[in-house]
Design a protein around this ligand. Structure first.
Ligand code: SAH
Length: 465
């Protein structure tokens, strides 16, 4: 992030604009929404600027900006539509210590103005660091269409009611109250009877919520999917929206953690692959303690929580503590990885069953039904197989698997840095060692990437050649 978004308090502060044409007008239309003291410097100001000056909405100085002008300005816009003149005025303003924006010159600007969706006091700023103004405009149009025009009215009334709502205990009780106000009671009352009705509805709603008992704690075991936030289920998103506490592992992608409710407490109980790990008993204790305090605990696990996630031990701990729990399934790494190689996990005439294996278990390298896996056409998705590759290879060959059996390795499935490596059983261990895999990887026995995907992996293979 090269530009950090903030909301600047401009009430009563000076803002200066050099220029009087279209570029200046575009900025002034936004600035006039604030309560800043605006001064415009222009020898040839557009008609609107003269009108605004006549209405007392800004001060017009009918000449170019010079040294000593607007020394106390917080922000300065160089909008003269002349690159040399912009540089001249920007230098003066910057030397005075003012934050300067040069219109259409990202490089030399100390700040940039985002695209804005205005539902005052709800303001949404959209920035792309100049990379894609088209995208910013499209997002703005989308939000404009989606957010009710009277959201601002509801927010203003709600803000005045915050004090009263503090009668509810902080956390879930208050959140449920506000969610109901903004998404149900508020809009309905506003459309039926205007702002007066909204105020009455708020009083009634508060009384109803004060009567509700605090909810007991609950644990949701939620599948975070393989990494791409778009592969989260809607249920997982809702659980993250409601969470008071999120307990997560190392493999849960950062982009997914960002979707958790902002006030949610985030607790990392990550296990480093083969490195120091938090004991499962400690994780169980954290889950139980958090839920015992009441509120919604989301236990976020990569992929699907029911696969290689020690779910049963955590459920047993909840049961022992008398805590209510539920499971939200997720997309497992194998589903994402097989999509990445354009293949199917089962196929008529090839394999009517699929084996899901782990390369190692609590005792070390995991033994499997090698004879069945060694048969032609067998397909297996091997989780946690990086370190076990040589062992798996040896066992399979020993049980008569063909050395040329197809193998696909998919690292970081569904993530921007996804990588596919096509190999064969005989070359598996060597190729894994050469690939220098640093992300989570899934190994498919009996599947080759389809052609399109294979081309990608060939390029990668060349990189490693
Ligand atoms: N519950 C998870 C699996 C946890 S075990 C699931 O359903 O996916 C961790 C193993 O999953 C990793 O060692 C790796 O083999 C695999 N894995 C998880 N995310 C992955 C990803 N994005 N790409 C490839 N493999 C992944």
């Amino acid at each position: 992030m090269k530009h950090f978004p903030i909301f600047l308090a401009l009430e009563g502060q000076a803002v200066a604009v050099a220029g009087g044409g279209e570029a200046a007008l575009a900025k002034l239309r936004l600035l006039l929404k604030t309560e800043a003291r605006i001064t415009v410097f222009s020898a040839r100001p557009a008609r609107e600027i003269r009108d605004w000056a006549a209405e007392g909405r800004l001060t017009l100085v009918p000449r170019a900006f010079v040294r000593g002008d607007a020394p106390d300005a917080r922000l300065f816009y160089a909008a003269t539509e002349d690159a040399d003149e912009d540089q001249r005025v920007a230098r003066i303003a910057a030397a005075q210590g003012t934050l300067v924006n040069i219109v259409d010159n990202l490089q030399d600007s100390a700040f940039i103005t985002p695209a804005i969706v205005d539902r005052d006091p709800v303001t949404i700023a959209i920035g792309t660091e100049g990379a894609a103004p088209v995208l910013a405009r499209a997002i703005k149009a989308d939000l404009e269409a989606r957010l009710p025009a009277d959201l601002g009215v509801l927010a203003r009334i709600g803000k005045a009611f915050r004090r009263a709502a503090e009668a509810l205990s902080p956390g879930r009780a208050r959140r449920d109250f506000w969610a109901e106000y903004y998404f149900r009671t508020g809009p309905r009352a506003l459309s039926q009877g205007g702002t007066d009705q909204v105020e009455t509805a708020l009083d009634d709603l508060l009384n109803t919520h004060l009567g509700l008992d605090d909810q007991p704690g609950h644990v949701a075991f939620v599948g975070a999917g393989p990494g791409d936030p778009e592969l989260l289920t809607l249920k997982a998103r809702k659980a993250l929206d409601r969470a008071d506490v999120v307990i997560y592992d190392r493999l849960v992608a950062p982009g997914i953690l960002e979707l958790a409710r902002r006030e949610a407490r985030m607790i990392y109980v990550g296990k480093e692959g083969f490195g120091p790990a938090m004991a499962q008993s400690d994780i169980n204790r954290i889950i139980v303690n958090e839920a015992a305090r009441g509120g919604e605990v989301v236990r976020l696990k990569s992929g699907d929580p029911t696969l290689f996630g020690r779910l049963d031990e955590e459920i047993a701990a909840c049961d022992a503590a008398g805590l209510d729990w539920s499971i939200v399934p997720g997309i497992t790494a194998a589903s994402a990885a097989v999509a990445g190689i354009g293949q199917s996990l089962t196929r008529r005439g090839r394999n009517s069953s699929l084996r899901i294996l782990t390369g190692h278990d609590m005792k070390g390298l995991a033994e499997q039904d090698w004879a069945a896996l060694a048969r032609p056409g067998a397909v297996a998705a091997i989780y946690m197989g990086k370190r076990a590759a040589r062992f798996v290879q040896g066992r399979l060959l020993m049980h008569g698997a063909r050395p040329e059996t197809d193998i696909s390795i998919v690292e970081n499935a569904s993530r921007p840095d996804q990588r596919v490596i096509a190999t064969t059983l005989s070359a598996l261990a060597g190729d894994i060692a050469d690939a220098g895999l640093s992300g989570p990887a899934l190994i498919f026995l009996g599947l080759a990437p389809r052609r399109a995907a294979a081309t990608i992996s060939e390029t990668i293979a060349q990189e490693f050649a």
